[in-house]
Design a protein around this ligand. Structure first.
Ligand code: PLP
Length: 417
């Protein structure tokens, strides 16, 4: 019988079967047909410490025994209170308030609404969103509007709002980006700049420098434009530091975290903001309320999982593991740097990426799924973005496991050119 499930980002006519997974353990997936697959993309970039870290599993079980779910308006609970306090202490001073939601897209949606509410409540007519070319911020309407336009959202164009788009700061062209941002910020209606710090994920693992990020932050501040750091992918260690913004020494007005916040175990997101933004909504006038909620806002079990994740960061050598993984990636990438089959070999923290040189544009359009199938046939979960092959593994991955990934990439280099 065919499955009634409609899967995300899946053309069912081309990809009929999904792989049935029964267990996860560390960096490995165990499938119903007996296969073991190495999860080299952390199950869509969420798993940080490996599947089923015992502390997170225990925290989930303990919380499920106490309180499963509670309306979060008028009520609160200790995991949400404690997590918010710890996140405020953990992030740079200036991110003082924590708004809970349950996906990265929603955390960005909330950030945009907070920014627009901030100006509206202060009687300032600013409502224009500025974003980087090639950005990806999720698939809800506001997040999709802010992200790059492509085949992925063409059908929904009538619903998407207009955004001022700034060119991506490719190496050597950073000043062009900064000039464009400055010009956009000068516009009287400029409200908020939304950006993935240091690396654009779904846009192709495109990396740019901390100096540019710092300048972007400075320009926004100079023009009173709110700065939103979308750390949904970069947060919780991926770029080598706990948060990517740390590397530029900047504090955003609003920051979005999701994916790795629970170690990837359960859906939870937060949008953190400055006291100034919270205070713009603080009033006896109900019309100034921040109007956003979802039924599962701050689910207690998800908050308990996030607390366990923070405990792991505090008590285990996560930073050491990240540094070791980053060095292992660097060492293995090196052999591809002068390899004619590949270009744009790059790494930021634990993330490695390289582009397969394609024969022609037509080939480029179909190469991603073909590469995916090839890697799966080798027992490896890699999900290239077009001809960009990237490795974004859980931090527990071992050297020999990375070796098998790079050996398969080498083989793909011969087979798919
Ligand atoms: N923002 C960034 C930078 C992302 O990489 C993603 C997802 O990949 C999102 C937002 C959307 O997150 P979610 O898929 O949890 O809605």
């Amino acid at each position: 019988m065919t499955s009634p499930v409609w899967r995300p980002f899946t053309q069912h006519a081309l990809q009929k079967d999904a792989i049935l997974v029964e267990r996860g353990e560390g960096a490995w997936l165990e499938c119903a047909d007996g296969r073991r697959i190495l999860d080299a993309i952390s199950s869509w970039w969420v798993i940080t410490h490996g599947h089923r870290h015992p502390r997170i599993v225990q925290a989930i079980k303990d919380q499920a025994d106490r309180l499963d779910q509670i309306i979060f308006a008028g009520f609160t609970h200790e995991p949400a209170e404690s997590l918010a306090r710890r996140l405020v202490a953990l992030t740079a001073p200036g991110l003082d308030h924590v708004f809970y939601s349950d996906s990265g897209s929603t955390s960005v949606e909330v950030a945009i609404k907070m920014a627009l509410g901030y100006f509206r409540n202060r009687g300032v007519a600013r409502n224009r969103v500025i974003a980087l070319e090639h950005g990806y911020h999720g698939d809800t309407i506001g997040a999709m509007s802010t992200g790059a336009r492509s085949v992925f959202n063409a059908a929904y164009e009538p619903l998407l709002f207009d955004v001022t788009r700034i060119p991506f700061p490719s190496a050597g062209c950073e000043q062009q980006t900064l000039d464009a941002l400055e010009a956009a910020c000068r516009s009287a209606d400029a409200a908020v700049f939304v950006v993935e710090p240091l690396v654009l994920g779904a846009g192709g693992m495109l990396v740019y420098g901390a100096d540019t990020l710092r300048e972007m932050r400075r320009i926004c501040a100079a023009h009173g434009v709110l700065f939103v750091a979308d750390e949904v992918m970069t947060g919780f260690g991926r770029t080598g530091t706990l948060f990517a913004c740390e590397q530029a020494g900047i504090v955003p007005d609003i920051a979005c975290y999701a994916k790795g916040i629970t170690g990837g175990s359960l859906p939870l997101a937060v949008t953190m903001c400055s006291a100034e933004i919270f205070e713009a909504h603080y009033s006896t006038d109900r019309a100034r309320t921040f109007f956003h909620s979802s039924s599962f806002t701050a689910n207690p079990i998800a908050c308990a999982a996030a607390l366990a994740n923070l405990d792991i960061w505090e008590s285990e050598d996560v930073r050491g593991r990240i540094a070791h993984l980053s060095a292992m990636q660097e060492e293995r990438l090196r052999r591809f740097t002068n390899d004619a089959r590949f270009s744009n070999v790059r790494r930021i923290g634990t993330i490695a990426a390289l582009d397969l040189r394609a024969r022609d544009a037509g080939y480029l359009a179909t190469i991603g799924p073909a590469l995916y199938e090839f890697f799966i046939s080798r027992g490896l979960l890699l999900r290239p973005l077009g001809n960009t092959i990237y490795i974004l593994p859980p931090y527990c991955i071992e050297a020999s496991e990375l070796d098998s990934l790079y050996a398969a990439i080498d083989e793909a280099g011969d087979r798919f050119r």
